[in-house]
Design a protein around this ligand. Structure first.
Ligand SMILES: [Zn+2]
Length: 196
């Protein structure tokens, strides 16, 4: 039906009238009460929950299907390459990826990492020599990473070689001393009283 005809207006306004009746009907206290009761029935709630869960699953499936399309995949690859190669992209990577990696692997922020490095004055926590590249030494407590300190490559690898076990390290010291090893020349050893 085309607009601007008397029939159209009649039909439209009768529709509006019907809508108004419906609105007035739903304003009645007993109707309001019944609708509220219906809404609060456990099966209604369960139905709503199921419906929103179905919606979530459908949306997820369609999102996955979209991401799997060859042209979408190709575009994503190109975008990511462009981002990686642009100066802003590199800046982003430097800042946020580092933050993310530290958080995920060691459970600390980049700020905490910097503070730790400045507390150690840029020196390895074991041999107390300047670190070319600090390695984040950590163990796990209840499945969560806990950072012990920053170590140089040698000390970090050394700890790993001894499986992070103090008894093995003590045994190694006894072994070296037993084979005639005298004083350690490293500054760290004397500070920690190992030579006593
Ligand atoms: Zn070291």
């Amino acid at each position: 039906m085309s607009k601007n005809t008397p029939e159209y207006y009649r039909k439209y306004h009768s529709g509006q009238k019907y809508k108004n009746y419906k609105r007035q009907y739903r304003q009645r206290p007993e109707v309001k009460k019944r609708e509220k009761e219906l809404r609060e029935r456990p099966e209604t709630k369960e139905h709503e929950r199921q419906r929103s869960h179905d919606y979530y699953l459908r949306a997820k499936a369609s999102r996955q299907e979209y991401a799997q399309r060859p042209e979408v995949k190709q575009r994503a690859r190109e975008n990511s390459k462009r981002r990686r190669q642009s100066p802003e992209g590199r800046e982003y990577q430097r800042k946020y990826l580092r933050e993310w990696n530290l958080r995920k692997r060691y459970g600390i922020s980049a700020q905490e990492h910097r503070e730790m490095l400045s507390r150690q004055a840029g020196l390895c926590a074991i041999c107390l020599e300047p670190m070319a590249e600090p390695f984040t030494d950590h163990d796990e407590i209840d499945g969560r990473p806990r950072v012990r300190g920053l170590l140089c490559l040698g000390c970090n690898t050394g700890l790993g070689g001894f499986r992070d076990k103090p008894e093995r390290l003590a045994s190694a010291i006894a072994y070296l001393v037993g084979h005639g090893y005298r004083h350690a020349e490293t500054p760290g050893a004397s500070i920690r009283g190992i030579n006593a």
